[in-house]
Design a protein around this ligand. Structure first.
Ligand code: ACO
Length: 405
């Protein structure tokens, strides 16, 4: 057979790096990770400080604008974020088109993609003001879209956003309030959610963020790019891990079954992995997991949940696995998702909404990364286009239907 490689001009040397473990796809000033030391910085600020001392607006502004806001900038930013929490009424009809048992992440992929049709200015990605508007509107509208996804999937009436509340409280209110009853958001739970949102905002070039950048490199509509990020986040190896952790802890069921789970995780013939353990970049404790573990204890204490079976299993599992040579040698330690599921469950968030919450938070990182990519594209346009190592057939003659067997 003819070797087609001999016919085409050489395209030069390229690297073969499945999973891009050693490939930098862009330069960025947003997030720094030191996987060996377990350090995560947003624009140079430590994630633990941002989560413990700052609020949602501080981190969202920081990711987008490169600096922490002054009091005046923060007030303007808050107003911009709060002013656009409502979505077009027509969009609400989209939710009714989904099957009653559709996963909320499927719904979110659809409705966020559909936003492209409702935000006409967004197509003008060459205009910096339009780009910023897309970023702000995306952050504003995400909690509303997420809460509607939850409520329509349950047949509950939609609760409109209360703009007198802060971002996290507004989200909890839209999720759990009932039109005929008074509902006060618990400030301790709202603060816990705020910390979860801050911790998940950005994590440099993970699968979903790379997807957003790749989609954006073709100059696609920014809302469509965010929808592609939501789709990538859904998988259990990425954002779906918090849901998978809880299902795993429930399956383990009791502390005495932990050795069995560990043995399965080590068995290469068994596809089972310890969910919430391991990370492509962190080969030590994920710094977000440390904050999350603290939040977990605070929330359970506040709610006076003394004996939480899943927390007991989680703590024991962490203790055993982090002393087990298999996990230590491979640098497999708890990641952010290990404890976040237990906190979300305590907040009353249903399992199928865990990854949606992650998407609400990660939207801040996605838009910051998309904006940085779009600015770079204005200077030097370059569509993302990886090469491949072709291992299939070379040119072969077409076989007519009657001659195939
Ligand atoms: N349980 C058991 N073994 C594991 C686990 C785990 N959770 N994670 C990795 N390993 C093992 C692999 O089997 C492999 O072993 P080997 O060298 O003997 O073949 C070794 O550790 C390296 O694993 P890779 O798959 O090459 O690591 P990679 O960096 O590609 O994967 C990932 C990272 C996907 C996060 C992986 O650790 C995993 O599947 N973890 C569980 C899912 C999870 O918690 N995902 C959330 C990530 S954080 C986030 O998205 C916010």
């Amino acid at each position: 057979f003819l070797d087609i490689r001999k016919l085409q001009p050489s395209t030069g040397i390229c690297t073969y790096d499945p999973g891009y473990t050693s490939t930098g796809s862009c330069s960025s000033t947003i997030t720094y990770i030191d996987g060996k030391e377990g350090v995560l910085l947003y624009r140079g600020y430590n994630i633990e400080d941002l989560a413990e001392q700052g609020d949602f607006l501080d981190s969202a502004y920081l990711l987008l604008m490169n600096e922490l806001p002054t009091a005046e900038q923060k007030a303007t930013f808050e107003q911009e974020i709060t002013m656009h929490t409502l979505v077009h009424e027509q969009l609400i009809h989209f939710y009714k088109g989904f099957k009653h048992d559709a996963h909320p992440m499927a719904i979110m992929t659809g409705v966020v993609g559909a936003l492209s049709a409702f935000e006409p200015y967004a197509a003008d990605i060459a205009d910096p003001a339009s780009r910023m508007r897309s970023c702000l509107r995306m952050i504003s509208r995400m909690p509303t879209l997420a809460a509607i996804a939850y409520r329509t999937s349950r047949g509950y009436p939609i609760i409109y956003p209360r703009n007198d509340l802060d971002y996290a409280s507004r989200f909890l209110h839209m999720m759990f309030a009932w039109p005929t009853q008074k509902y006060d958001v618990d400030p301790v739970l709202a603060r816990a959610l705020e910390k979860i949102l801050i911790l998940h905002m950005d994590h440099e070039q993970n699968a979903s963020t790379s997807t957003v950048r790749t989609a954006g490199s073709s100059q696609a509509n920014p809302f469509a790019c965010i929808a592609s990020g939501i789709a990538a986040l859904w998988g259990p190896a990425h954002g779906g891990a918090n849901e998978a952790v809880l299902r795993m802890l429930e399956d383990i069921g009791s502390k005495d079954r932990i050795p069995e789970a560990l043995a399965r995780a080590k068995d290469k013939k068994d596809p089972f992995r310890l969910m919430g353990f391991g990370h492509r970049v962190y080969k030590t404790f994920d710094p977000r997991a440390k904050v999350m573990r603290k939040v977990c204890h605070e929330v359970l204490e506040h709610l006076q949940i003394k004996d939480d079976a899943l927390l007991d299993i989680a703590m024991e599992l962490e203790n055993v696995a982090t002393h087990d040579p298999y996990f230590v040698q491979r640098g497999l330690y708890p990641n952010v998702d290990f404890y976040s599921g237990i906190v979300l469950r305590a907040l009353g968030v249903p399992l199928d909404m865990f990854t949606v919450l992650f998407a609400v938070s990660r939207t801040c990182g996605w838009v910051a990364q998309w904006k940085e990519m779009a600015e770079e594209q204005q200077r030097t346009p370059k569509i993302s286009r990886p090469r491949q190592m072709y291992t299939g057939y070379m040119l072969r003659p077409y076989v007519p239907l009657g001659d195939r067997y």
